[in-house]
Design a binder for this molecule. Structure first.
Ligand SMILES: [Zn+2]
Length: 83
């Protein structure tokens, strides 16, 4: 998809954002913007806009055992992947 038009690029971004999983919430059902879970969710969302991938499975890096972001389509965490 290297020859993508501006319009379809924005459509795709909107599509991905529209499909992003909800942020983690506290017991009142509100996002807890100060929580570590929310920080992690933001990282996952940033990667999701690049990969369009999401899984609800808990997966771990096959090299360092770090928990993988839910939007990471590979078996390797970002820091091992960039080594
Ligand atoms: Zn790793």
């Amino acid at each position: 998809m290297s020859e993508m038009s501006e319009a379809s690029k924005y459509w795709l971004e909107g599509f991905l954002i529209g499909n992003q999983p909800s942020p983690p919430t506290d017991e009142d059902g509100m996002p807890d913007f100060e929580s570590k879970a929310y920080d992690l969710w933001q990282d996952e969302m940033e990667l999701f806009t690049e990969t369009g991938f999401w899984t609800y499975e808990d997966r771990f890096c096959d090299q360092c055992d770090l928990e993988l972001l839910k939007s990471n389509p590979t078996e390797t965490c970002v820091s091992c992947f960039n080594k």
